[in-house]
Design a protein around this ligand. Structure first.
Ligand code: ADE
Ligand code: ZN
Length: 329
């Protein structure tokens, strides 16, 4: 078995962030939108740093204007993801990019995404679930309609609520209202923290937002007490090493804390975040973890087991995916 064909569980991706640049270029051409400035000479996405990355990301999203655009996007993304052995994927979907936070519009977009997910499951054997996401740098007020959309559509496909975006905007407590709304609807929660904000941001996120998982969380490495808190609360980190390297949240693969966190007893998982932006795939992540830390098949099997246990989907789906992981062993 190669790392590419090995069955995988991926918990942390952003649906729009998985859009191949050629797909976005095609939409821009169809709609006569000039976003040529976001691409480099080789046709990839071009950005200088994290803040610029967010701007380029949002510019790419301006081409996604209808439920049918999201249907096509979801299909394109799942074809690419399934080609790297992913059998179960969770993706962040944002009402802000799907109808501007309006609940009726959101339901139309969601129906199209779910349609494509069903088709991909039949054709490619990959299961997709959605985590509705507030965008932190749009502010706490803008996250409230996102949380309402989440609570109103929580079910088979929408399995959780989370928050992405600029981590240094406001503090976690400012977003408690949205997280409370989703929690009261019974939704499991995750939040980006410790990608940029260090251990303190992770600690505040745990305290005020009461999440089960943390997006990235790598900043926890600098504070033993925060690592202890993660372990004691049985929290799971959605680590995206290739993303961290390209965005320079770490100096390079050799200094990425994922191995140290795992060795300290933290439940870590591996994901690609926004793969075409970071020139990565799940296969590439596994290859680099193998080269950098010597992780092999047994480590990746354990990683996938941890990820499936932490997935936000129902137990029947977990049992089906577990069989896919086992039968390939
Ligand atoms: N949205 C898409 N990718 C992101 C990342 N790496 N951090 C925060 N928000 C994001
Ligand atoms: Zn992310």
């Amino acid at each position: 078995m190669t790392f590419q064909t090995m069955p995988k569980v991926e918990l942390h991706t952003h649906l729009e962030g998985c859009a191949p640049p050629a797909f976005i270029k095609q939409l821009a051409h169809e709609k006569k939108i000039d976003i040529s400035g976001i691409f480099d000479a080789g046709g990839g996405y071009a950005f200088r740093d994290f803040d610029h990355f967010l701007k380029v990301y949002e510019a790419a999203c301006t081409t996604l204007q209808s439920p049918d655009d999201f249907r096509r996007l979801t299909m394109a993304v799942l074809e690419e993801t399934a080609a790297h052995g992913v059998v179960y994927m969770e993706t962040f979907v944002s009402p802000d990019f799907c109808g501007g936070g309006d609940l009726a519009a959101w339901k139309d977009y969601l129906a199209a995404i779910e349609d494509a997910a069903r088709e991909a499951e039949d054709k490619l054997g990959i299961t997709l679930k959605g985590i509705v996401t507030g965008i932190r740098h749009f502010g706490p007020e803008a996250c409230k309609p996102a949380a309402r959309c989440a609570a109103e559509t929580f079910g088979d496909f929408v399995t959780g609520y989370g928050m992405a975006g600029g981590e240094m905007v406001r503090r976690p407590a400012d977003y408690a209202y949205s997280f409370d709304m989703a929690r009261e609807a019974g939704m499991p929660l995750t939040c980006h923290a410790g990608e940029w904000g260090g251990a303190a941001m992770v600690a505040e996120t745990i305290r005020h937002l009461k999440v089960a998982r943390i997006g990235h969380g790598i900043g926890a490495i600098d504070d033993h007490a925060v690592i202890d808190q993660i372990v004691e609360n049985d929290l799971v980190l959605e680590v995206c090493p290739g993303s961290n390297v390209v965005l320079k949240a770490v100096d390079g693969w050799g200094s990425h804390p994922i191995a140290k966190l795992r060795d300290a007893g933290v439940k870590v998982t591996v994901s690609t975040d926004d793969p075409p932006f970071f020139h990565t795939t799940m296969t590439a992540e596994y290859d680099m973890l193998n080269k950098t830390f010597g992780w092999g098949e047994d480590d990746f099997k354990a990683l996938n087991k941890t990820a499936l246990a932490a997935a936000f989907c129902d137990d029947d789906t977990k049992a089906r995916v577990a069989k896919r992981l086992e039968t390939a062993q």
